[in-house]
Write a protein that binds this ligand. Structure first.
Ligand SMILES: Nc1ncnc2c1ncn2[C@@H]1O[C@H](COP(=O)(O)OP(=O)(O)OP(=O)(O)O)[C@@H](O)[C@H]1O
Length: 367
């Protein structure tokens, strides 16, 4: 069964700003879903709508089979049985760790003995065994965030909502907590909705990632689907830093609008044609230091070391290509050859195909 379902959800703020528009989303029981998107795309609005801090102007929000908001009525946050963790650990300084964690149980009038038992259980779960009596002021940032997580989990919520919960932590602690969080949510079969600015974090943690823009869902999919088959040039650019080129696909392949780049038909991932946008992922460009005849040549403009692949920007006839280079890293000023191994084409539905440009006049990027 779906743990969280949003159907046709719109949310307009009182000043008329559209926070969410036509959101349809199903989060399955035990699933870890990450929400990503540019600043202002609606991630927090969506999370707060699920939590009950915001009421949709239209549409339905269901938790399990309970309708918690239907545009007219909304169940308040404290009655939704959800756990929340925010970026800034909201730990009360005047309460011990144990009493911080026990708070939801106190509100729920759970007996003192059962509270103590359950607090000990969740502190163990989040890696803070035996710390119930500690003053929160004596804890590190990472430990405080674990306390916040323990408090969110203590009353056995139907789902866990994380709003940039790891963002305030420094690496490598953040990395470690990320792994622990994934293990914990998996072993406990928790349903999680996680808002993050960090694309790598979303792709690493989530079963499915939701990409938002302008209050609308652009794509929902597994990390593999989103990276290998982004549904739009926007998703390819946002998640994978794709290079975008405007132009036309004809029988000969793609030709950029300015005539400087040609990509053979055999390199295009699908058979669409017409006017539109070509997206080339940095990992789909081969950079060679030897200038092979037939490859497009360019100059390295920047070259940043990366553990798996270096992030290299090459300028070719005025177009800049971001490339992921494995192995020897070229240096700024190097003349290199570029070959596009694969490209995705997104026809613009509002445009009719322009006449085919003379391919002979174009630089060849793929032969
Ligand atoms: N209280 C409010 N009143 C009016 N507009 C708002 C309010 N809160 C958010 N918005 C607007 O709603 C849209 C979505 O905002 P939201 O905070 O959900 O985006 P976000 O993706 O979480 O952004 P960020 O990554 O910067 O946190 C934005 O245009 C924002 O300016």
């Amino acid at each position: 069964m779906s743990a969280i379902t949003l159907t046709g959800v719109d949310l307009h703020y009182p000043d008329g700003t559209v926070g969410l528009s036509g959101i349809d989303l199903d989060v399955r029981d035990g699933e870890f879903v990450a929400l990503v998107g540019p600043s202002g795309s609606g991630k927090t609005t969506l999370l707060r709508t699920v939590a009950g801090f915001l009421a949709p102007t239209a549409g339905l929000v269901c938790l399990g089979d309970e309708v918690v908001a239907d545009g007219a009525h909304t169940v308040p946050p404290e009655k939704r049985k959800l756990g929340m963790v925010f970026q800034q650990h909201a730990i009360w300084p005047h309460r011990s760790v144990g009493r911080n964690v026990a708070y939801p149980l106190e509100v729920g009038k759970v007996s003192r003995a059962r509270r103590a038992e359950r607090v000990a259980e969740v502190l163990e779960l989040v890696g803070l065994p035996g710390l119930a009596k500690r003053d929160p002021a004596t804890l590190s940032g990472g430990q405080r965030q674990r306390v916040a997580l323990a408090r969110a989990l203590v009353a056995q919520p139907r789902a866990l909502l994380l709003d940039e919960a790891l963002s305030a932590l420094d690496e490598p602690l953040r990395d470690r907590l990320r792994l622990e969080l994934r293990t914990l949510t998996r072993t406990q079969n928790l349903t999680v909705v996680h808002v993050t600015h960090d694309r790598a974090e979303a792709l690493a943690l989530a079963d499915r990632v939701v990409v938002l823009d302008s209050g609308q869902i652009q794509q929902v999919g597994t990390p593999e689907e989103l990276v290998q088959r982004p549904r739009s040039a926007f998703v390819a650019k946002f998640l994978s830093d794709a290079n975008l080129l405007h132009g036309t696909v004809s029988d000969n392949g793609f030709s950029s609008a300015d005539g400087t780049v040609h990509v053979g038909r055999d390199r295009l991932a699908d058979t669409s044609s017409g006017v539109g946008t070509l997206a080339v992922l940095p990992t789909d460009i081969a950079v060679t230091t030897v200038e092979n005849v037939g490859t497009t040549q360019g100059i390295v403009m920047s070259s940043l070391f990366g553990r798996d692949a270096s992030d290299v920007v090459v300028s070719c006839d005025g177009a800049q290509f971001r490339c992921a280079v494995r192995g020897t890293r070229p240096v700024v000023g190097d003349r290199v050859g570029l070959t596009i191994r694969r490209a995705l084409f997104y026809p613009d539905p509002t445009q009719v195909a322009a006449p085919t440009l003379g391919a002979a006049a174009l630089a060849s990027t793929s032969r």
